[in-house]
Design a protein around this ligand. Structure first.
Ligand SMILES: *Cc1c(COP(=O)(O)O)cnc(C)c1O
Length: 220
């Protein structure tokens, strides 16, 4: 199963001129595919299962920046803290506290994005606006010194209605701007996947997470 080199180069061309970071989502893909992309210069890779990311990181070059894009369970946090670059899916204070605890133990500062629920589907994780507000207030009072909240992450509805997708991304962008005005550390807006990254970038995303379009279709 080969990676889509032409697709990758084309997407990189589009994103580079706009200053958008590409996280290549390598979940379910073999280390050989990751290496192929690495040899083209790709360094940011995203995984959404802890065990899988840990196993792959052991086998691959040290300068890969690993993004955890799934939902981390509290009891698995300690496995990724020693090497993770950015945790995209944080949506509770409990998780932030656990990340901080392990970060202190490891002597690292951990970059996190708060996941916002923008889609209509009930099953997706994430905070709504009032939950975000409350979390940020509580966080500010807690002095979790080994956590850096760098911005927001969201996933649009799984639909062919691209106007709907656009309006969800637009909503997230507005929220991001509001918080950016108050918290200097807010710099990353992670939104956009294979099917909707162009719209996400038009709506202000500066980090996209693309899997199937460059690494091939997945069965799970
Ligand atoms: C799998 C996944 C992606 C990439 O999905 P594609 O449609 O293959 O681009 C992006 N973000 C998250 C959170 C994912 O789980």
């Amino acid at each position: 199963m080969a990676i889509n080199k032409d697709g990758y180069q084309k997407i990189m061309g589009e994103l580079n001129t706009k200053g958008v970071t590409l996280v290549a989502v390598s979940k379910t893909k073999p280390v050989e595919s990751i290496l192929e992309l690495y040899q083209l210069g790709q360094r940011d890779f995203g995984e959404n299962y802890v065990q899988e990311m840990v196993e792959k990181a052991k086998l691959l070059p040290y300068d890969i920046r690993w993004h955890f894009i799934g939902h981390v369970q509290t009891n698995k946090v300690k496995l990724i803290i020693p090497f993770v670059q950015l945790i995209h899916g944080v949506d509770s204070l409990k998780l932030l506290k656990e990340i901080n605890k392990e970060a202190v133990r490891t002597g690292r500062i951990i970059n996190c994005l708060l996941q916002i629920h923008i889609a209509e589907e009930e099953t997706k994780f994430g905070l709504d606006e009032s939950e975000l507000d409350m979390l940020m207030k509580n966080f500010s009072g807690l002095e979790l010194k080994s956590i850096r909240i760098c911005g927001l992450m969201g996933m649009a509805s799984f639909t062919n209605d691209m106007d709907k997708v656009r309006s969800e991304f637009n909503k997230l962008k507005k929220l991001f701007k509001q918080y950016q005005a108050r918290y200097s550390g807010f710099q990353i807006l992670s939104m956009g996947m294979s099917a909707d990254y162009k719209i996400a970038v038009e709506e202000g995303s500066n980090m996209v997470r693309i899997g199937s379009l460059i690494m091939g279709e997945r069965t799970r």
